[in-house]
Design a protein around this ligand. Structure first.
Ligand code: NAD
Ligand code: IPM
Ligand code: MN
Length: 361
């Protein structure tokens, strides 16, 4: 029997709660599809700071590097907010992405049929089947550029630098074009080329890469317009490719169209089959430990893991189908309303329900 080794980084806040539901669903999926999964837990973020005095212990990096795939909850919380930037939980997350070379972050904003009423947008705006793939560059840009604090004429100042090389832009552009080719063959590259040199290089480079993809229709959009277009007419988008920070912001916005940030999964890839899978949301300190978080973004991240890293597309589909069926009858607090026709359930009940609905097609 095939066995997959998964490195599990629960992280902080709701991290342990949502990861445990995702593991429950993966175990059930493995049983019904005839493969085995083993887990090795490692520390990341605030949990690692508390136990090891660093947000990213070397042991965690080794554990991830030797695994077939990585499953991550979320990191951060008020307890660690006063620490210097490079010692915060978030630095551990950026560090593991960089250490594993995961430059491409895929964030699919899809709306599950039963959730149309949970979207804050009118159903005629959302359209029949919203399906946007945000491709976010993940190991470059302002997150990793030179930064510092200084004093100018006795006044404290700080700076962060947005820098992209042609090589970094080319590889993320290829990822996005290849994905668009397998979807509806439309790619929108989002930048701020009317102001930033780094964006002008981004646009030029994406245009050059486009010459290899004559079958994909390329458009360009400024990021401020894109933020507006996402709520005006989200159905116009197929694949969006953008920088690290713009992708962070636009994907949170796109997630809400699907009803809740608790629905949006992600895959972080580095050009090989290896990947790290995590929900796009954070550690939600306001609801941590209350068993009310929506575990579906993490459960859907497991589906992405099965599809993109483990070569088990039928198992991935079975999880996505189980999520769609679960939403017909039950919802967590973030996507529930008294008139939605479904019952209100907890985080662990949602995990139980999805697990019980996973079955081969
Ligand atoms: P957040 O995503 O944690 O929470 C924003 C809002 O969404 C909160 O009201 C929260 O309750 C809600 N929410 C998030 N996930 C949910 C879920 N699964 N179910 C139901 N509701 C959910 O963002 P924030 O409040 O800006 O950040 C909190 C902490 O998380 C910070 O320390 C931040 O740095 C960190 N963070 C981590 C990641 C990550 O690990 N990938 C991502 C974003 C933020
Ligand atoms: C995300 C988060 C992280 C990011 C933070 C916590 C470093 O917001 O995964 O979207 O900005 O990449
Ligand atoms: Mn984010």
């Amino acid at each position: 029997m095939k066995e997959y080794r998964i490195a599990v980084l629960e992280g902080d806040g709701i991290g342990p709660e949502i990861v445990s539901e995702a593991v429950k669903v993966l175990d059930r999926t493995a049983q019904s599809f005839g493969f085995a999964v083993s887990y090795e837990r490692s520390l990341l973020g605030g949990a690692a700071i508390d136990a090891k005095k660093t947000p990213l212990p070397q042991k965690t990096v080794e554990c991830c590097k030797t695994a077939d795939s990585v499953l991550l909850g979320a990191v951060g919380g008020p307890k660690w907010d006063a620490l210097p930037g490079n010692q915060r939980p978030e630095a551990g997350l950026l560090g593991i992405r960089k250490a594993l070379g995961l430059y491409a972050n895929l964030r699919p904003a899809v709306i599950f049929g039963p959730l149309k009423d949970a979207s804050p947008l009118k159903s005629e705006v959302v359209g029949e089947a919203l399906d946007i793939m945000v491709v976010r560059e993940l190991t470059g840009g302002i997150y990793f550029g030179k930064r510092g604090t200084l004093e100018e004429n006795g006044v404290k100042a700080a700076f962060d630098t947005e820098k992209y090389s042609v090589t970094e832009i080319e590889r993320i552009a290829h990822t996005a074009f290849d994905l668009a080719r397998k979807r509806n063959r439309r790619l929108c590259s989002v930048d701020k080329a009317n102001v930033l040199d780094s964006s002008r290089l981004w646009r030029q480079t994406v245009c050059r890469v486009a010459e290899e993809y004559a079958d994909v229709e390329l458009s360009h959009m400024y990021v401020d317009n894109c933020a507006m277009q996402l709520v005006r007419n989200p159905a116009q988008f197929d694949v969006i490719v953008t920088s690290n920070m713009f992708g962070d912001i636009l994907s949170d916005e796109a997630s809400m169209i699907s009803g809740s940030i608790g629905m949006l999964a992600s895959a972080s890839l580095g050009g090989s089959g290896f990947g790290l899978y995590e929900p796009i949301h954070g550690s939600a300190p306001d609801i941590a430990g209350m068993d009310v978080a929506n575990p579906l973004a993490t459960i859907l991240s497991v589906a992405m893991m099965l599809r993109y890293s483990l070569g088990e597309p039928e198992a991935a589909q079975a999880i996505e189908d189980a999520v769609a069926r679960a939403l017909v009858t039950a919802r967590t607090r973030d996507i529930y309303s008294p008139d939605c026709g479904a019952v209100l359930i907890s985080c662990h009940e949602m995990g139980d329900l999805v697990a019980s609905l996973v079955r081969p097609a």
